[in-house]
Design a protein around this ligand. Structure first.
Ligand code: ZN
Ligand code: CU
Length: 482
């Protein structure tokens, strides 16, 4: 006798991803999709699991990642699967592995690309490799504008000329045709700092009318945060394209509290433009080591150093005192390097997280020796610390910010909700116990309170371990979707 369902999850508390109130019920899976939700018969399934009141939510969508190479280097995707993440959006902050090819991985591209391995000339090649060597979780990809500059320009210190813009635009068209979901920019970083809004608008012109989006790491998140948001928003507005302001924050003590101004600016912009944002739930940032970021931070923790590997996990001020050297000399000595900057106000972090259009993105840096704890802890921290302990919003709202909302904004059809016909990307957890355990002192710790994680109907994480299964697929932009 053949069964109607592969798996029946009974007695679940269902958070459906829409933000609606939790309800009790059963969920049936069949062929990688959710076949039915409601009060279902046990003898219709090949396998039945009684969840005894455990919670089930759509798998979390990490909208801001630098997992381009991790998908291939560690397909178990343990830092993400352990948090209940079932889809990652790669290629953020202007840096993508494709179509970098054999070009030099100038900082910050060295956050994702390393050596000769896992280089791709095109998104078609990158996606083809992911089909042959799938990861445990799904991915969707953005084209990095900084990567395009490195590929097309000999001198990164000036705006692109007409010929270079035309070549970048062709590469954007190729990436969109392969299934990329948009373009990311990173004018904060040296290789794209000379790019004008006009250059970016012309490079992104192929996005218009396709449903693809622009994700912007703006030029300055400090004193000039409002001007930088306005500049970035002018590009998307001119093209009529949806925009995500990446890892929104205000940095530097002089700017503490200014999320009131930035969110008011977004409220105004949202009257006639389609702009939203992502945020990670910590008052510290992390990227390559740079003197201006150190100057803005209360303290700086070294995440990695190629020239002084032993510095990873140490605070810059302690190292400088120990070696009797200046901070500036130490920054030069550690290069190339990455760091964690304590430069934000907790009240700003909470205000931005609570904004209705804010999605959760980890911004985790998976190749760092001593990574920011957001890599392993971002999603359970929102659920445990910010929703349950701080009461910043309900668990229903928190889950919506990591499921239904990002699926809608990033155009990931059939994801992010528990409903018949949706993909069977699911996380089973204890709503009273789920929490992050990764800290700035011990950053590589899996979440507590997560029982199992399913991707396309296949368990990829169970009882604190990867299962070894790799059911992840590339989620391509639905043509003309919006
Ligand atoms: Zn960024
Ligand atoms: Cu980033």
């Amino acid at each position: 006798m053949s069964c109607a369902f592969d798996l029946l999850l009974r007695n679940a508390v269902i958070f459906d991803g829409t933000g609606a109130a939790r309800h009790h019920g059963d969920i049936a899976l069949s062929g990688g999709v959710i076949a039915a939700v409601g009060s279902l018969e046990a003898d219709d399934a090949a396998t039945t699991v009684d969840l005894r009141g455990r919670a089930v939510a759509p798998g979390f969508i990490d909208v801001h990642t630098h997992d381009d190479r991790l998908l291939l280097a560690d397909p178990s995707m343990a830092p993400k699967a352990s948090q209940g993440v079932t889809t990652v959006v790669v290629g953020n902050c202007g840096i993508s592995l494709a179509p970098l090819g054999d070009r030099p991985a100038v900082p910050p591209i060295n956050l994702v690309a390393d050596g000769e391995a896992q280089r791709f000339d095109s998104f078609a090649d990158y996606f083809a490799r992911l089909a042959i060597e799938p990861a445990a979780v799904n991915c969707a990809a953005l084209v990095g504008h900084t990567t395009l500059r490195v590929v097309t320009m000999a001198d990164l210190g000036r705006p692109a000329d007409a010929g270079e813009i035309a070549r970048m635009r062709t590469l954007v068209e190729e990436a969109l045709a392969a299934g990329a979901i948009g373009v990311s920019t990173g004018t904060f970083y040296a290789p794209a700092a000379a790019a004008t809004a006009d250059e970016i608008r012309q490079v992104c012109a192929p996005l218009a009318g396709t449903g693809a989006l622009i994700a912007s790491h703006i030029r300055d998140e400090g004193a000039r945060v409002l001007e930088s948001m306005t500049e970035a928003m002018s590009v998307a507005r001119a093209l009529g394209v949806r925009q995500v302001i990446s890892h929104h924050k205000v940095v530097g003590k002089a700017n503490f509290g200014r999320s009131r101004e930035t969110l008011a600016l977004l409220d105004d912009a949202r009257i006639d433009t389609d702009v939203c944002l992502d945020c990670y739930p910590y008052p510290a940032s992390s990227t390559v080591l740079r003197a201006d970021s150190v100057a803005q931070a209360g303290r700086t923790l070294v995440a990695w150093s190629k020239s002084r590997p032993e510095a990873a996990g140490r605070y810059l001020d302690e190292l400088a005192a120990e070696r009797d050297t200046s901070i500036d000399a130490l920054i030069a000595e550690l290069q190339p390097a990455g760091a964690i900057y304590f430069a934000m106000d907790e009240a700003d972090v909470e205000r931005i997280l609570a904004y209705p259009e804010t999605m959760i993105g980890s911004d985790g840096l998976p190749h760092d020796v001593f990574p920011h704890p957001r890599l392993w802890g971002a999603f359970p921290r929102v659920l445990g610390h910010y929703a349950r302990s701080r009461g910043l919003f309900s668990l229903e709202t928190a889950i919506h910010k990591m499921t239904g909302l990002p699926a809608a904004r990033f155009g990931l059809a059939g994801r992010g909700v528990i409903a018949p016909g949706a993909a069977a990307d699911l996380v089973i957890f204890d709503p009273d116990r789920i929490r992050d355990t990764a800290t700035f002192a011990r950053p590589k710790q899996p979440a507590a309170g997560i029982d199992a994680v399913y991707v396309n109907g296949v368990a990829v994480w169970r009882d604190g371990q990867p299962t070894g299964r790799r059911p992840g697929v590339v989620l391509r932009r639905a043509e003309g979707a919006d």
